[in-house]
Design a protein around this ligand. Structure first.
Ligand code: FEO
Ligand code: CA
Ligand code: CA
Ligand code: CA
Length: 740
């Protein structure tokens, strides 16, 4: 989601902050050096020109091979000299030959279920072999899965913007205010169907990768696509009881997926679409009463817990339930307990969102599965650790809201490489049974995975929410993580795994002054300072990237060692610029994160609102070392809190400096967009990258004011006029490997 949007906090738990962490550190000062001791020498053998990390993937380069792209406020994708891009697909493109071409003026009268969705986000590529089966090796035929996150720019899909929006005169916002009157059916249908996931076949032509519009593999997963509720065998009936609605009184099926942000690719070749800010699509009108437990659950997820009185004329959310048609397609977005029981209304509808949704990209008739064992949070992405035959698989997941947690799911089943290509059958094997953990970052550079288990008395006897079984933990995961004292983080976004050493990286995009002050920091979230130019006032406006290494490199380890890979900052930010960034690599609000297996480059994508007075959002290339290769650093914090200047220091651990040789800006995006989603092809010679919501800060269409962005139409791509999200394909003019 965009950092420019409001990001409410629903974690009001008092998880340990500075004092608790300090106490723990003093009690056990040797732990960090013990954990780090075993990994010190392995990665330090430096050959001329290359550092070998011993994984068989080939040497990691010691410097990047392109000149840094300067900061840019232009309305185009800016790349280094010698690089070029084309648009693979953009919002509204037809996905079959019978759907009319996109007009880009809101005139479509179809329901959008056969068009590329909006807000391109996480994505991955699935190669197809000569037999039409999934291939781990690159071929010239593939399916590209793309998440379509949100409808924050849905006004571009209608002739004159949204009809019931902006009653307070505010600019458009996903969490804006809505007239409670009835919204038009076609308008709402288009908005519903622009969400979800697009699955399209792409083919490598002599001129590059192209969408195959007539492929039978092309399909859309939308918020209306039937899905099955999957979970642990012993708990599934209990879990389904929490999903009972008028649409499926057994709770075994649900409809659709929503706000798919980052993603995951499983080792067996399926796609995980992660449901992030699903809570903001619901409303609760007057009628019926909620139990205390239902209310406690809703509050922790930011769902409307109290009914909106009939006298209130405006509401947040999307207003989809206001379509006057009594059809369940619209009624389902109202969580009021209006019926005699849950079988008669949609009070449980929100319990069917907040999961990782597994789809089989190469099997169009496979019913997607909601993997409840992996927890219900604002799932940003789900990244699998390096799979090892005969060992459990670990999936790392961030919950993207301020002060939320990083999670790990460890499969009960042990990885068997013969399951590659087994589709959702393999998914049922690995993603239904397992253990769920939340991360605690200690002040001494160690960390612990806290298991979320009903047998833990902190959960079984938790005061703020009554857990009756492990099934409650699958559905009310945030409460369980509160109960065990996980570390609240500065908005966990994407995770990524370094394929050469298995270390896990997480973007922590930013946090506000309400949560970070010089007196409210900890070692893993150590900065509190004022934004240089006042775009965002204070807190941790530029974010950081943390990384960790599982003890003994085991997916099922209960402990890890961590340090901070990079601190985002403006280059002239003084004490806040802890990573020594320069004009060539300064950045703010890291979000997308991904490693190229080919080059070992860690690609960093931003979704920013703090540095955008100087530059649009961007993508950088980094060549990382390993956890523990740097040392201690003291964050010198200073900010004005309630009119009074506060100062303080916080010790933390930082990676070895990368400098301009190993960290450079590679791409700057069009105006108002974020950069998100990335994968590669052709042995690292092609990069697919998503540009999301160009022109997001445009005034409503009805104002008649110029749009913030006209990309990609302004580059001669598709119909001109309104801006569109898109997947771009980046290559080098000389056909070389990207980044080196
Ligand atoms: Fe959807 Fe957290 O970005
Ligand atoms: Ca994101
Ligand atoms: Ca500046
Ligand atoms: Ca700024």
């Amino acid at each position: 989601m965009s950092n420019k949007h409001i990001d409410p906090i629903f974690n009001t738990s008092t998880a340990p902050h500075f004092q608790d962490v300090l106490t723990a550190s003093l009690a056990n000062p040797k732990r960090r050096s013990m954990l780090l001791g075993g990994l010190g020498l392995a990665g330090l053998s430096v050959l001329p020109g290359c550092a070998t990390l011993g994984t068989g993937l080939g040497p990691v380069p010691t410097s990047l091979g392109f000149p840094a792209v300067p900061k840019s406020l232009l309305d185009n994708v800016i790349l280094p000299p010698g690089y070029q891009y084309s648009v693979l697909h953009a919002t509204g493109d037809a996905m079959d030959s019978s759907t009319p071409a996109y007009a880009n003026n809101g005139s479509e009268t179809d329901d959008w279920s056969r068009r590329i969705g909006d807000h391109h986000d996480g994505m991955d590529i699935y190669y197809i072999d000569d037999q039409g089966k999934y291939s781990e090796k690159e071929t010239r035929r593939a399916v590209l899965c793309v998440n379509h996150e949100s409808s924050a720019d849905a006004h571009f899909l209608h002739p004159n913007g949204q009809t019931s929006q902006g009653v307070s005169g505010k600019k458009f916002s996903q969490f804006g205010e809505w007239d409670l009157g009835s919204r038009p059916e076609l308008e709402v249908l288009k908005e519903i169907n622009l969400h979800g996931i697009s699955v399209v076949e792409i083919n490598k032509a002599p001129t590059g990768w192209r969408v195959n519009v007539s492929s039978a593999l092309n399909r859309r997963i939308t918020p209306q696509t039937p899905m099955r509720i999957s979970g642990p065998r012993a708990l599934i009936e209990d879990i389904r009881q929490k999903m009972v609605t008028r649409w499926d009184t057994s709770g075994s099926m649900s409809r659709g997926t929503l706000n798919n942000c980052g993603h995951g690719k499983t080792p067996w070749g399926t796609y995980l679409g992660c449901e992030e800010n699903w809570a903001f699509y619901f409303q609760t009108t007057v009628g019926g009463n909620l139990t205390d437990l239902e209310t406690a659950s809703r509050k922790r997820y930011g769902l409307p817990a109290a009914p909106v009185a009939a006298s209130v004329k405006k509401t947040t959310g999307q207003g989809w339930h206001t379509v006057s048609n009594t059809d369940d397609r619209f009624a389902r977005w109202n969580l009021a307990a209006m019926g005699a029981n849950a079988e008669k209304d949609f009070r449980n509808e929100a319990n069917t969102f907040g999961y990782n949704v597994e789809i089989d990209p190469l099997t169009p008739n496979a019913t997607p599965a909601k993997r409840t064992a992996m927890g219900r949070i604002a799932h940003e992405a789900a990244v699998c650790g390096l799979p090892a035959a005969g060992e459990p698989l670990a999936f790392y997941m961030g919950c993207d809201s301020r002060n939320e947690y990083i999670y790990k799911f460890v499969s009960t089943a042990l990885w068997d490489p013969k399951d590659v290509g087994a589709g959702l059958v393999a998914g049922d094997k690995y993603l239904s049974e397992g253990r769920l953990y939340a991360a605690k970052f200690n002040a001494d550079g160690t960390g612990e995975w806290l298991e979320l288990s009903i047998s833990d008395p902190r959960i079984a006897k938790y005061a703020a929410f009554t857990f009756t079984s492990q099934a409650d933990i699958c559905v009310n995961t945030r409460h369980a993580a509160d109960a065990v004292g996980a570390t609240p983080m500065d908005r966990p976004e994407w995770g990524a795994v370094n394929p050469r050493n298995g270390e896990i990286y997480f973007s922590l995009t930013n946090n506000s002054a309400a949560n970070r002050t010089p007196f409210k920091v900890d070692a893993a979230n150590p900065r509190a300072y004022m934004d240089m130019d006042g775009k965002k006032t204070a807190g941790n406006p530029n974010g950081h990237i943390i990384r960790f290494k599982e003890s003994e490199k085991r997916s099922w380890s209960k402990t890890f060692a961590w340090d901070i890979f990079l601190f985002g900052a403006e280059e002239d930010a003084g004490d806040a610029n802890l990573s020594g960034l320069t004009a060539s690599n300064s950045f703010s609000s890291p979000d997308g994160l991904w490693f190229s297996k080919t080059t070992g480059i860690c690609w960093i994508q931003t979704d920013d609102g703090a540095f955008t007075d100087e530059t649009n959002c961007m993508m950088l290339a980094a060549i990382p070392g390993q956890v523990g290769d740097g040392g201690k650093v003291i964050a010198k914090n200073k900010m004005v809190v309630n009119g009074t200047e506060q100062t303080g220091t916080q010790e933390t651990f930082i990676s070895a400096a990368l400098g301009e040789a190993k960290l450079r800006r590679f791409l700057v995006a069009p105006k108002g967009s974020e950069v998100t989603g990335i994968t590669e092809a052709d042995g690292g010679r092609t990069l697919f990258v998503n540009i999301q919501h160009p022109g997001e800060l445009s005034a409503p269409l009805s104002s008649g004011k110029p749009l913030e962005s006209l990309w990609p139409g302004n580059q001669g791509v598709g119909p001109q006029g309104r801006p569109r999200s898109a997947t771009i394909v980046i290559t080098r003019q000389d056909g070389g490997v990207i980044g080196l």
